[in-house]
Design a protein around this ligand. Structure first.
Ligand code: ZN
Length: 171
């Protein structure tokens, strides 16, 4: 039986943790996806995201410098299970952008408006190492861009045009 457990969430308010959150993550070795420890890590990330009531979580947010992120199925009716994103590349971003409010589990109680591409096409591997191409719009497109930013050491506050009071918790 697998045991999933929520992990410590790294935040910008701790110097060592902040360094991890602002550093580019290294690629996942696809051979490691067959390793039960990697599958366990993914399950633990899902548990961490759910406990924190987030809708997305990137590996650097739990102290692992890996290009790996999880996205909650609640983001869109198009998802019937969590999206596991390994070594993602954004192969297309629409010129059209939309401004929306974001927050981040690693920067508690901070919210702001960020312009993101309305539609993105991402190419990534799933948790079984299958190459996947996904075109997403609206909130899922926003969450994907937010998580890919994390993997490049970028935080939403680098893109905020104005801070807000926080109407809803985004990834
Ligand atoms: Zn975040």
């Amino acid at each position: 039986m697998k045991r999933t457990k929520a992990l410590h969430l790294w935040t910008l308010f701790n110097e060592r943790e902040a360094k991890m959150l602002t550093t580019s993550a290294g690629p996942v070795d696809l051979n490691d996806l067959a390793d039960p420890a990697t599958q366990q890590l993914i399950d633990n990330m899902l548990a961490t995201m759910r406990r924190a009531e987030g809708i997305g979580l990137a590996a650097p947010q739990i102290g692992r410098s890996l290009q790996l992120a999880v996205i909650a199925p609640e983001v869109t009716v198009a998802l019937d299970e969590p999206l596991i994103v390994v070594n993602p590349k954004l192969v297309h971003l629409s010129a059209e952008t939309v401004t929306g409010e974001e927050g981040c589990l690693s920067i508690p109680r901070v919210f702001g408006l960020v312009a993101r591409a309305t539609q993105v096409t991402a190419r990534f591997f799933d948790r079984h190492g299958r190459l996947t191409t996904l075109t997403a719009r609206d909130l899922l497109a926003r969450v994907i861009q937010h998580e890919v930013d994390h993997l490049n050491g970028r935080l939403f506050i680098n893109r905020v045009t104005s801070y807000t009071r926080g109407q809803e918790l985004l990834p």
